[in-house]
Design a protein around this ligand. Structure first.
Ligand SMILES: *Cc1c(COP(=O)(O)O)cnc(C)c1O
Length: 395
């Protein structure tokens, strides 16, 4: 390959309203383009401290062990399980979508006995169901749940989950990849022992880091392991030494520029304020769902259990979803997601995450869908979707 045959990078400009990545603010992109420091430079260590403090705010925790793992959300998931589970431990995992299934897969690879709690896709777990599994199994090491199941748009209520895990001596692991920064996440108040997220969803940062926090209880479990963590790269007992003031031991080179970008993304979150940000996500989701209802699209998850950040709806009756999604991308430059697993071919997943959660996105995606559906004679009257959405905004 010659320089002449390798053209200048020029990807199309898309509005990212899928299940992630989400749109990234120019401020975050500028931070990403800042020349790197060395990963042990005293000036970089200050930036790491600032990042940790901002992550504690966003996770709503006082946990000293709060870091950004090198890698995407799945690295955070793997880091939580691989450090807390040893071969022979029992893990109770809630499986009601793709990401619960991924948790169960990883727990099995850790050599744990995996007890799957199963619920139909789009539904969630009750504290009684979790408690029943804990009582039945006895001596459970951890319970892992997905707060925001991106494959179905369902929000797992967390009230009471932390208490019951503690009563049974189990740690509580929570996936907040599609909730952190978009809807309330309360690590300390909910009694969560290990919580991870990703940068490219509601935090509106490029993919590449996984925020992770461990409670003192989880850190104790990590310290008292009988065996070494089988993953060298994700061994938090070593990585903790890099993130601890006064130690700062080299483990692997931190992705410096991603740390810059995440710091700026978190600064934007805190500038807006968590409550205002959650209200913004809820408002735009309500308007989007009203517009989609006017197009004949019904949400998969029940009222009160829906994620504002990821709106998963059935395509209208008699409409093949994939060609519509393709037209929305190719003609309107808007990315939306299709379904996975049992929902493949049946749903659209429209993300309103971080910078994507705004009126312009809602208007753009509803207009595009309406245009494409109108060609198939599936729209009752031109403008129905926008009118329904605008009524919510004016509400
Ligand atoms: C996106 C996602 C992940 C995985 O994150 P990657 O960044 O794709 O590795 C894990 N859990 C949930 C709920 C997600 O939405």
């Amino acid at each position: 390959m010659t320089a002449a045959s390798l053209s200048e990078l020029a990807p199309p400009t898309r509005l990212l309203l899928g299940p992630g990545p989400s749109p990234v603010s120019p401020r975050v992109l500028r931070a990403l383009g800042t020349p790197p420091l060395g990963h042990l430079d005293p000036a970089f260590l200050v930036i790491m401290n600032e990042l940790q403090a901002a992550l504690r705010e966003v996770f709503r925790t006082r946990n000293p062990f709060t870091i950004a793992v090198s890698g995407t959300g799945s690295a955070g998931m793997e880091a939580a399980l691989v450090n807390l589970l040893e071969p022979g431990d029992t893990a109770v995992v809630g499986v009601n979508g793709v990401f619960g299934a991924r948790l169960a897969d990883i727990a099995g690879r850790c050599g744990a006995k995996v007890v799957k709690l199963e619920a139909p896709w789009g539904e969630v777990f009750t504290p009684a169901e979790v408690e029943e599994a804990l009582a039945r199994e006895g001596n459970v090491k951890l319970v892992a749940l997905v707060h925001a199941e991106t494959s179905t748009g369902a929000r797992q209520p967390m009230e009471g989950m932390g208490d019951l895990c503690r009563r049974h001596g189990a740690l509580l692991v929570l996936d907040t990849v599609t909730s952190l920064g978009g809807l309330p996440v309360e690590v300390d108040a909910w009694g969560v022992d290990a919580c991870y997220s990703g940068t490219q969803k509601c935090l509106s940062c490029p993919p590449g880091l996984a925020p992770l926090t461990f409670s003192p209880r989880a850190v104790e479990v990590l310290k008292s392991r009988k065996q070494k963590v089988q993953s060298w790269y994700l061994d938090m007992s070593m990585i903790a030494d890099y993130w601890t003031e006064g130690k700062r031991a080299y483990h692997h080179t931190a992705p410096i520029n991603m740390v810059y970008a995440l710091r700026e993304a978190l600064r934007l979150v805190l500038e807006e304020g968590l409550d205002a940000r959650f209200a913004r996500h809820a408002r735009h989701s309500a308007a989007l769902l009203a517009g989609l209802a006017a197009l004949g699209c019904r949400p998969v998850a029940a009222e009160g259990r829906r994620l504002p950040s990821l709106n998963c709806i059935f395509a209208p009756d008699g409409v093949a979803e994939a060609p519509v999604r393709k037209a929305v991308l190719e003609e309107f430059d808007i990315e939306i997601g299709g379904g996975l697993g049992p929902l493949a071919g049946k749903v659209w997943r429209i993300g309103l995450m971080g910078d994507g959660a705004r009126q312009g996105s809602v208007v753009a995606v509803l207009s595009a869908l309406e245009q494409v559906l109108a060609r198939q004679g599936k729209v009752s009257r031109p403008g129905v979707a926008l009118e329904a959405a605008l009524r919510v905004y004016e509400g």
